[in-house]
Design a protein around this ligand. Structure first.
Ligand code: AR6
Length: 169
């Protein structure tokens, strides 16, 4: 099955790349971003700082890649989801872009297994049901033209897990 679902902590997952729900500064934060930097160690932040120096952060919907420090994954793909402000500010398209650009960057780096958190559905407040549909639809569309890539959605909270479970299974 190219799309899988688990409930848990993404920092523990052994895959080629895990995706981080970062912010445009790339300097870390709370939620899954905080957990990734905390558990991965300072190497990840050092690399993020270098990317910042070169390109001045990461715009919403885009993605950048670093190594994964002490985490079991090889890479961390840092993407920036939109802040939910009611739905009238292109949030759906920006969330779709975050998934699509993360997947594309993974393919560029020859990643065969990739784990996603539920981008934007925590601190950024994106409604979970709509976000789950966007995540799954975008991933399915991407995988149409890509073989040998396994995607794991890692849901931290049970509400997201149940939503994904209904959509996938
Ligand atoms: N593993 C997997 N998922 C997790 C983990 C974890 N260890 N911890 C939290 N989640 P959030 P956002 C889930 O807030 O909404 C940061 O400060 C969480 O339950 O991490 O995109 C950044 O620096 C939720 O479903 O990210 C940005 O400033 C999902 O991850 C801002 O938060 C996303 O929640 C980004 O906000």
């Amino acid at each position: 099955m190219p799309i899988q679902l688990i409930q848990g902590d993404i920092t523990k997952i052994e895959v080629d790349a895990i995706v981080n729900a970062a912010n445009s500064s790339l300097l870390g934060g709370g939620g899954v971003d905080g957990a990734i930097h905390r558990n991965g160690g300072p190497v990840i932040l050092e690399e993020c700082r270098k990317i910042r120096a070169k390109q001045g952060g990461c715009p919403t919907g885009e993605a950048v890649i670093t190594t994964a420090g002490k985490l079991p994954a090889k890479y961390v793909i840092h993407t920036v989801g939109p802040v939910w402000t009611g739905g009238g500010n292109n949030e759906a398209v920006l969330l779709k872009n975050a998934y699509w650009n993360s997947l594309s960057l993974g393919r560029e780096y020859n990643v065969h297994s990739m784990a996603f958190p539920n981008i934007s559905t925590g601190i950024y407040g994106f409604p979970k049901a709509e976000a789950a549909e966007i995540a799954i639809d975008t991933t399915k569309a991407f995988l149409k033209d890509v073989n040998e890539m396994e995607i794991i959605f890692v849901c931290f909270d049970v509400e997201n897990f149940d939503l994904y479970d209904q959509l996938i299974n």
